[in-house]
Design a protein around this ligand. Sequence first.
Ligand code: SF4
Length: 516
Amino acid sequence: MPVRPGANRELGAKPDLAPPRDGPRDECGVFGIYAPGHEVSRLSYFALYALQHRGQESAGIAAADRGGHIITRRELGLVSQVFTENDLRTLAGELAIGHVRYSTTGSNAWENSQPVQRSEGMGGTRRELALAHNGNLINAVELHDELAASGVTFSSTSDSEIIAAMIASHPAVDVEEAIADVLPRLRGAFSIVAMTRDRVLAFRDPQGLRPLSIGVLDASGSDEGVHYCVASESCALDIIGARYVRDVEPGELVTLGPEGLQSRQVVTGARRAFCVFEYIYFARPDSRMNGRVLQVARARMGEILWREAPVNADLVIAVPDSGNAAARGLARAAGLPQDDGFVKNRYVARTFIQPGQELRRHGLRLKFNPLPEVIAGKRLVVVDDSIVRGNTTRQIVQMLRDAGAAEVHMRISAPPIKHPCHYGIDMSTREEMIAHERSVAEVAAELGCDSLHYLSLQGVYEAIGDGADAGAGVAGGPQSHCDACFSGSYPLDGTGEANGKYALEDGSPELPLVRA
Ligand code: SF4
């Protein structure tokens, strides 16, 4: 399905002041906690704060007292903009879930912010559910059709509400039974945290495409025993003082409730396909995934990059912050000095103020300002983690030349991106990708650099380890990871026909969505 350019603008998205980078857009971050005696909404707030890099378009928290009603607060904006002290007091309770979002399915309207909340049934059989989703279903339209035919109505265009509706309207008495029946019908990527009025539920797609970790809270602050939480990344556990326990296994359903942590393996034996791009770029460098601290893995990528493509140079600089770790590793391996070639304005994010024609000409300078005193006359190795369309990299090369660089050698700690992601990452269309149907030399000429080298896929797998130090089942490199955006080899059959980001909106004549 075609992506409609500018669709998010029409629906009220916050425009970018400057296109800060044209790399892949992060997907979403999720969090869930069951902890009577703790301030669950405040803990959720800070966990989401740590996950902000995974989505900057909306944030939300749902909370409930055991047996009470679920209250949700969600809004467009950053975590720090969405919640006030008063909101957190209102969101009192014993359990909570939270979400930060970058729109992967459905555009950035308020209706598509999360957690989504659904109430189905009447009287004693009424099921109230809030749900937060990271990932993207590839059979969303099919499931939507099925539900719509049975009379289910929707208030958003996101695939997450489809999942919430399937679970909330399921006839099984136990929500765990409902999820166990629904999970195998979902195809694509999903790391989900949901809550009813008395428990938090977390489950992951059978391939384990997107991450989801379990943490345990320090029991010393509570007289009600050990309490658990789940988060997209371990950095969210660190910030609230929780200890990482393990990952939610692919195909596993975990319940956090009065009985502590309970687990049920819903689907077994599926081919694993953890997203290799999480190691390269998406996740925060201080997060641990499958037993690895990403800062270390990324530095190793830089070392291998140098081994694969050394060059006569004077200085290594990173494109901040995405290239920092790999640049350090590369400089170490090369025995070259490393310095800051740019100063980054860390406060350029989303704003309603547009730069206008005059400022637009300065483009990227709003975000990166080069330091001629460091750069001038030097043969530079410039390290970044990925190139998608190449617009940012082209401008960076030009800025460095304008600042007096003698030579600019680009080194990228990922292979060329040639194929779209259908599992929750927005990378634009194949035709927009600079490496699509171009050789590396042709891309280098497009970017205007003196040389260009991408880390090989083999180098990526070498950097993330052979699995010897990793959790069960993640060994085996390509056999247990997804690398489809580089290789074109999609781990799920039928991915090629997957629905685009705006599938549910583009199809509006056939899919008459009811807006609340
Ligand atoms: Fe990750 Fe790329 Fe696979 Fe998408 S296609 S899940 S970004 S490795």
